[in-house]
Every structure is written in C-alpha cells, then in structure tokens.
Design a protein around this ligand. Sequence first.
Ligand code: GLU
Length: 497
Amino acid sequence: MSIPIGKVRTRYAPSPTGYLHVGGAWMAFFNWLFARNQGGTFILRVEDTDRSRSTEEYERAILEDFRWLGIDWDEGPDKGGPVGPYRQTERFHLYRQYAQALLDRGAAYHCYCTLEELEAERQRARAAKRPYRYSGRCRNLTPEQRAEFERQGRRPTIRLRVHDDGETIVVNDLVRGRVEFDPEHLDDYIIVRSDGSPLYNFANVVDDHTMAMTHVIRGIEHLSNTPKQWIMYRSLGWDPPQVAHLSNILGTDHKKLSKRTGDTAVRDYKRAGFLPEALVNFFALMAWYPEENREIYSVREMIEKFRLEDLGKASPVFDMTKLTWMNGVYMRELLRRDPDRAVEACLEPLRNAGLLDGQVTAETRAYIRQVVDVLGDRIKVGRDILTYGDFFFTDAVTYEPDAVKKYFSRKDVATTLAQLRERVAKVDRLDATTVESIVRTMASELRIESREIIHPARVALTGKTAGPGLFELTALLGRDRVIKRLDSAIDWIRRLP
Ligand code: GLU
C-alpha cells in the first residue's frame, strides 16, 4: 500500500440498504469538502455486511446520486485504489486476520454462550434493575471446557476483552470537544458473529485503520459507538483517527427529518427538479456560515474557505423555503449561462406528470426553453413548470373553481370569448404584439376594459387566474391551440346551468 504520509484522508461509508438520504449526503459532503480543501483524498467505502438488507441496486443508486451532486471520490468500489477492496463483504480476509491477531494476543476470546443463555442473563439484569453487561462467563474457559462446547456443536462468537480499569474513556471530538465515557457501561462486546461475519464496530475500525483514514466526520448516532471503537484501536495497538460528530438534520417541525416535512432521499430532489449546485450550497450553510449575510457560494469558494473548526454542533433545520429560494437563484443563473441544464431540470417532473414521453427531441427542448423563459422567476425548481405552466403541455385544461367563479360566471363572457376567437382566427401568425393589439382594439370597439377580455381569456387558455403575461403565453401556444381552447371554453360556459 502506498499512501502518502501526512495527507488528509476522509471517507463516507454508506450502507447500501436504501437510497442516499439527504442526511447522509450532508455528512459525505463535509468529508469531501475537507479532503478537497486539504488537497487530500476522499474515499467511498460500502458497508454491506448486513447482507439481508444490502443490495447492489442501492449501491449503484448511491454512487449515481453522489455523481449527480458533483461529490466525487478518489477511491471506491467502482474505481478501486491502493487500499481496496472498498466493499466490506470483500474484506473478510482482513477481519479474519485481525480477529485472529486479537485472539492470539488474548485480547479477544471465543464465547460459546447460546442466545437463550444470554437472554437469561439479560432478564436477570432487568429483574435486578441494573443495566445489562455480559457476565464474561466465557472469558477464561479451560481447554477442556472449550472442547466440550465444541463437542456439543456450539459455534462461538468472538468477543473483545474489555478491561474495566475504571479509567474514563475520552473522545476529543473536533466538533463537540472533550466527551467522556464511563467505562462501566462497556462490556466484552461481540466483534465476530458465530457465522464469521464481523460486527460494525470491528469492521469499521479495521477499515478506517487499514485505509489510513485521518479524519472521520459522521452522524451523532455514532458518538456512542466511539468509546467501543477506541478500545478496539487500543487493543490492536493503533491510533484512532480524528473524529467529528455532527448533529442530525431536523425538519421544520424540529423533529428528525422525515417525509412529513420534506423529501428525505437525494433522488427525490433530483426528480423534483432541484439543481445539485443549489443542494450542496444549501448543505454547506446547514452547518457553517463562511461569511455573514452571504448565502450563495460556488463549490470552488466553499472548498477554499472551509475550516473544520467552523462546523457547529447545533442541529440544522432543513428549511425547504430557503432551499427553494436558493435553487431559484441558481436556476436564473443557469438560464443565462447554460439554459440546457435548466431545461434538463424540468424534464423529469414533466415526464412523471405524464406530460412528456419518449425521446425528447431538440424541438421539444427548445419549446421547454421558451416556456421556462415565459414563466420567468416563477420557476425556482424544475417541478414549478407543472404548477405554473402545465397548460403548455396539454390541451386538457382544467378550470380552477375560483377562476370559474370570478371570470366565467358573467353572462356575456362566452360572447366576448367568441369575438376574440374570430379576431384571432383572422391573423396568420400570433406574436405577443399582435395579440396585444387584437385585445386593445377589441376592447375599444366594444367599449369595455381590456381586462374584461384578458381575465376570462387567461382562464380559457390556462385554467388559472394567475400566471405569465397573457400576450406572451398566447404567442407561445400559437394560433391553432388558442382557437381550440377558446372554442372549448365557450362550449363549456354555454353548457353551464
Ligand atoms: N455504515 C455506517 C452508516 O451508514 C457508517 C458509520 C461511520 O461513518 O462510521 O451509518
């Protein structure tokens, strides 16, 4: 293994038991940012020892979502590297080797207790109202006792021999400072199951050490694992990496982030038409404010400015309103710089709504681009194209009840729309100026206000009371569709009781 000494090495270690969660992506982001800031190495390691819940499909999806976010890795299951393999299920030879080393040194031992025996111990502890700790019954078995258990066909687990010398275990957390753990709560914990598979606290330590990790930034739920891991490092004669435990992201209800207050999977954000650059910018600000009163940072700036000591321990709130606003800022910029990508963010929402199918032609893209232009600032997130502009993609316009009440209930509305229809039918090409002059001329000839035409026409064409300018949207719909929709509306109104 050739790892440059003194270089920062960080990792993210997902378990492929589900799609990439925004909380996980957020942790990964800081490991990545720190590595990039330090000119170090960022690694992806797949913790797939829970075979019943891990799938290749989830692993693929997680990698895909990281790629989409622009969080790249230098070593990982797909590209290899000097300390591979990068999947725990492919590293069993290492766990076996170090478990054996611990056994040889007497730092670990075989435990033959059955599940029933352990359960009985647990019940006794419960009855006596003391916290459960393994009794250590198998700590000092004689060779004869072992042989007897083996003869009975019992298959042992391996436990770490934890010395309770009363010494407090201290974790110097980069975010939380000095955290002390009372050794009283620790017992000889299992590091290898009877089927030979390693447990998290063991595999994690072996991997972090053999992969030469220097810093580990992870979720607060792992803080309570840290003392166990520290004992493991000591038993193996290794130095632990530096650790930072970040608090969990909360929803706007100040409870753990859940579906109730927003999506939890990164891919749901992709599907909704969020932009990766907005998400990572938002990720940064959930833990760290590089400068006061400034929200928008390019990735390059974030990498430059990042300092590990700026990470806070408060629980950040996943504020959808802010993320949406931020996405809007990036959307505007994309429209100037790279409109194709702004269009791209609208494709999936359109597809999922059934308003777009098959291959998207260059012509369709150009049309979506025009729609996005007409909708302007209303589009903050790709899916806003549905909220404000679904009518650009379907003739099946549904009239909002409010709109009907307000603008379709007057007796002469059908006549007004019919007049408009006749005038529109007479021109060959509808552009915004033509529509405007048709409407203004008609208003003055009929001695009515332009808005008495504009409002019902908008409802007829879009189903809504609000939206982009009528003249622009009419021009984009084009003469034929406008005539068709006016006809349907006239019909619909005439059929009203
Ligand atoms: N596989 C663990 C998780 O997904 C990683 C824990 C760690 O970062 O040490 O939570």
